[in-house]
Design a protein. Structure first.
Length: 224
């Protein structure tokens, strides 16, 4: 009985992780629209509303255009006054959105009050004021969502986007869904760590999910 309960618990954790790792955002149907980013599991829930369709010419630039720019954006985050000289921990998710000149959303553990998680959004050329992330649920005792931020390079997103652009050439009607994301999670009981980058290519007849390791090396492609 104990073994059965343990198996069921692990299955629930794995299912929750799959749902969190591979979200299915709503597709936008017009140039001027509002997209809602929603991260919701039994361990955390945050929502960010972002608007696209700006008349600013910079809105036509891709956030994946230049690795050096992504490195600079990461450096600016790490050198915010509240972070300077401190070790930063990513909490579960890091998202890159390729519209309106590019947006980045990242959850970070407060280095001074470690029980608190805050969401930082890069938009309009700068990091915005943080917003609190609500965390709850029994999974916190089973799962560790923290990972040192310095193990991840924002410039890796460009590498992944370049790979996707090559794959698109062989997929009829292929296009990305406009965002790349990183997720990390360690199941304590199994000592199993899942960390990597993910991207989806949408085609005329089927979709393709690309999974990458933390360094941006392609691990597998799955038809959906």
């Amino acid at each position: 009985m104990a073994a059965l309960l343990m198996f069921c618990s692990c299955e629930q954790i794995n299912q929750s992780f799959e749902q969190t790792r591979h979200p299915r955002p709503e597709k936008s149907g017009a140039t001027m629209h509002t997209e809602t980013e929603s991260h919701s599991t039994s361990s955390s829930a945050t929502t960010t509303i972002v608007e696209s369709g700006s008349a600013d010419p910079s809105a036509n630039r891709s956030i994946f255009e230049d690795a050096a720019t992504l490195d600079r954006i990461q450096s600016e985050l790490e050198n915010l006054p509240q972070f300077r000289g401190k070790k930063l921990m990513l909490y579960q998710t890091l998202y890159f959105y390729d519209f309106q000149g590019g947006r980045i959303s990242v959850n970070i553990q407060n280095p001074d009050t470690t029980e608190n998680i805050d969401q930082y959004v890069y938009a309009n050329g700068k990091w915005q004021e943080p917003t609190p992330v609500k965390t709850f649920g029994q999974l916190q005792q089973e799962v560790d969502f923290l990972m040192p931020l310095n193990r991840i390079r924002f410039a890796t997103a460009k590498k992944i986007n370049d790979v996707a652009n090559e794959k698109i050439k062989d997929i009829p009607g292929g296009k990305t869904n406009g965002f790349i994301y990183f997720n990390c999670m360690r199941i304590k009981r199994l000592n199993k760590t899942e960390a990597g980058w993910y991207l989806q290519i949408q085609g005329t007849r089927s979709d393709l999910r690309l999974n990458f390791d933390p360094d941006g090396n392609l691990k597998e492609m799955k038809q959906q």
